[in-house]
Design a protein. Structure first.
Length: 323
């Protein structure tokens, strides 16, 4: 009887050894972080800054692998099918994690079931901008015109279903105003038309806004987050103008394939949070208009759920069509 019990215990201990050994030796080879957007954007720039610091901290190369396409879904599909060993991660963003599930019938992955959140990396406010040649000197004047003359104001967006597009939808839902959406295939052509007076207004991430503000080409009327942005603390929020609960941003963070050992997730979270405390990193993030937010994996998971619920309600209220 004793021999049989000893054999069972030995087998159980042996079964646990690979897991424990993996967690203790991690990482023992390069780590790939897949990003669903092109080089040069906010997420890519921040991701490369973080991975450079992680490489030094972990003693292994941590590299960004850009896989743009399908509004971030291609990158998410790749990581959802990767081994849950901590060596392939997703730099997931608002679109593929919180918006696309409510706009697309089949994404090829399930954001809630196929990933485990690791850490939120960036949270970038949107800025509501108009040309300096525009008659709107404040958000109040802008909103008064929109109410007085339905359909007069045209609003650019750099893609249907983006946070900027849905922020405008929410603005119209909450205020009852009617504005005209004009979709573009990117921020650059939208900005050209805004500066040329062919479009009245645009919601854009602060990293793309502030150079034009400093250059005297655009006027920043309001920011989209619940609190004023550190990158432009003098600019009021949309919520301050009697539209409570208005809160939109461009956010992203690291996620691992479902089943990744909790010890590895915790190690990655701890290392990234340490990177985010470094003064040069905080300075670079502030320069790009990104707010530094420290989250546990559980907090990041709850944040994704809240964002997904918010966008689901907007898409339903706006009667937006599935793709």
């Amino acid at each position: 009887m004793f021999c049989r019990l000893a054999a069972i215990l030995s087998a159980a201990l042996l079964a646990l050894l690979p897991f424990g050994a993996t967690a203790q030796s991690y990482p023992s080879k390069p780590i790939r972080i897949v990003l669903g957007y092109s080089t040069g954007g906010t997420a890519d720039n921040l991701g490369r800054m973080i991975t450079e610091k992680l490489t030094a901290a972990l003693g292994q190369s941590v590299l960004i692998d850009n896989r743009p396409g399908a509004s971030g879904n291609i990158a998410a599909q790749i990581v959802s099918k990767a081994a849950p060993d901590g060596y392939t991660l997703l730099f997931g963003n608002t679109g593929e994690l919180a918006i696309n599930p409510h706009l697309m019938k089949d994404m090829g992955f399930d954001p809630a079931a196929d990933f485990v959140p690791v850490v939120l990396i960036h949270n970038v406010p949107l800025g509501l901008i108009v040309s300096t040649q525009s008659p709107y000197g404040s958000f109040k004047e802008f909103l008064e015109t929109a109410r007085r003359e339905p359909g007069k104001i045209s609003f650019a967006n750099s893609g249907n279903g983006t946070p900027a597009h849905l922020a405008v939808e929410m603005l119209m839902i909450r205020t009852g105003v009617k504005m005209v959406h004009v979709p573009y295939k990117g921020a650059a052509p939208a900005m050209v038309d805004l500066l040329g007076g062919r479009i009245d207004a645009y919601f854009l991430g602060l990293p793309g806004v502030m150079p034009h503000v400093r250059g005297g080409k655009v006027r920043l009327l309001a920011v989209s987050t619940a609190e004023r942005a550190s990158g432009s603390p003098e600019t009021p929020t949309v919520a301050e103008h009697g539209i409570p609960g208005f809160n939109f941003s461009l956010w992203g963070g690291f996620l691992a394939p479902a089943g990744t050992p909790a010890e590895i997730v915790a190690r990655l979270n701890r290392e990234v949070l340490q990177v985010l405390t470094q003064p040069d990193v905080r300075a670079q993030m502030a320069a790009q208009g990104s707010e530094v937010i420290r989250t546990t994996p559980q907090e990041f998971g709850r944040f994704i759920q809240q964002e997904s619920k918010k966008y689901a309600e907007i898409i339903k209220s706006g009667n937006l069509k599935l793709q």
